[in-house]
Design a protein around this ligand. Structure first.
Ligand SMILES: [Zn+2]
Length: 430
């Protein structure tokens, strides 16, 4: 293991207070780099802010950066000349247009180190083989990040990509990988395909799953129905990972599976309320991240739009760095029903508890009393009655959404209308 990796491990086991001095140096360096781009240079100059005056103590006074700030103006954030750029990634564009994210050579190294450290925390070892069941092309960064992280750690990466469960199973039988990295519903699909073809996922070489995207854990760390099904079928530990393309930074749950450790030398994380004020540790709010040490596209206090909470207590894995809990929902999808806050993901998690429900989607409209009205549309072919679904949702969520049945075929048509990815949340509030 090289020297830098050893130093990184030392940072993660020392008392947090000892880490702060190093983080202050990295923060000031990061702000200087951010000011190489037009946006932060103008913003900070107008406000009379100089990097030397900023430390972790007053850092939260700096203005926030939102996704809307990047739309159509991402070139103002670029902090290096074009000839320093080695990779161009695009955000997935689920909110607004895709944003162009330039990576320098150092940024790609930084990303590899980031993922290597996250994988190390999740129990991946030198010499292990993992399937990377995530796309590595089409300007997505996640697949490339996982791939380079495995290589950096000294593990072997198999670029199996997404889709084709039969082919994935061939890879598992031929190459005997120790784990798979992928989207939970896809990992479940591979397991189900295997069972249907007389194979036993639980007796395969797979001993660990690393997931991205869909939530597998609730805020209290219990598995969601999807996470539970995944664990049942594979009989392996599951580690949720999280990242955002704009941040060039990702985390993964450690072996304790109680949240993902913040990388002290690569990121600062804060949780804010709706007014942008910091919330107390353990309370949920929007995650704000400052990725330290990025050259090409250095962001400061970036609002991720993801709702989660931070646990600052030392972890049983031996690392002292705070942990970011499961993602509880998207800020843009937050629903308010008669004073109760609820996220579509929470509703889907309840629906996942119903076996053989078939396709289902949510539709939300705004009512005059500023309360959101939620309609759950399920397939009329499902055996469970509208009343039973309504009662289950009310018991779990403490709100009573309207439930409606429609032909499964019509539901699938509506859900596929938005492109290659199935859409299951229709927001008609605006
Ligand atoms: Zn841990």
């Amino acid at each position: 293991m090289d020297k830098i990796f050893k130093q990184g491990l030392a940072l993660r086991t020392m008392p947090v207070s000892q880490c702060i001095e190093q983080q202050n140096i990295l923060l000031q360096k990061h702000l200087k780099q951010a000011m190489q781009g037009t946006h932060y240079r103008q913003t900070y100059t107008d406000l009379g802010i100089t990097p030397q005056e900023i430390s972790l103590d007053n850092f939260s006074d700096l203005p926030l950066t939102s996704r809307a700030d990047l739309n159509d103006r991402s070139h103002l954030f670029q902090a290096v000349p074009d000839d320093k750029i080695r990779d161009l990634s695009l955000t997935s564009g689920t909110t607004g247009n895709p944003v162009r994210i330039p990576y320098t050579r150092n940024d790609l190294h930084r990303l590899a180190y980031n993922e290597a450290m996250a994988f190390h925390g999740a129990g991946v070892k030198k010499g292990d083989t993992y399937l990377v069941g995530v796309t590595i092309d089409r300007c997505f960064i996640a697949g490339l990040a996982y791939y380079s992280g495995l290589v950096e750690l000294g593990a072997t990466a198999v670029r199996s990509g997404p889709g084709q469960p039969a082919r994935q199973w061939e890879f598992i039988e031929q190459l005997r990988p120790k784990g798979i990295i992928g989207v939970p519903s896809f990992l479940l699909q591979i397991g189900k395909w295997a069972l249907e073809h007389g194979k036993k996922p639980s007796e395969s070489s797979i001993q660990s799953l690393i997931t991205i995207g869909e939530p597998i854990r609730r805020p209290n760390f219990d598995l969601t129905p999807l996470g539970y099904d995944l664990q049942e079928i594979w009989q392996t530990p599951i580690h949720a990972s999280y990242g955002a393309t704009e941040l060039e930074t990702g985390i993964s749950e450690c072996v304790m599976q109680r949240g993902g450790h913040i990388h002290p030398e690569l990121m600062l994380a804060e949780i804010i309320d709706e007014q942008g004020n910091l919330v107390a540790h353990g309370k949920s709010g929007e995650l704000v991240v400052t990725p330290l040490g990025v050259e090409g596209f250095p962001l400061v206090r970036f609002r991720t739009g993801d709702i989660t909470r931070i646990d600052p207590t030392p972890c049983d894995c031996g690392w002292t760095t705070p942990r970011i809990g499961p993602i509880e929902g998207r800020l843009a999808q937050r629903l308010k029903v008669k004073g109760t806050t609820i996220y579509p993901d929470t509703i889907f998690q309840v629906l996942q508890e119903i076996k053989e429900l078939g396709p289902a989607y949510l539709e939300v409209t705004a009512s005059y009393d500023l309360s959101d009205e939620i309609k759950v549309v399920v397939a009329e072919e499902s055996a469970i009655s509208v009343k039973e679904i309504t009662n289950l949702l009310q018991a779990r969520l403490r709100v009573r959404p309207e439930v409606e049945k429609q032909p499964g075929k019509a539901i699938m048509t509506k859900m596929s209308s938005g492109g290659h990815k199935l859409k299951r949340f229709f927001d008609n509030r605006k």
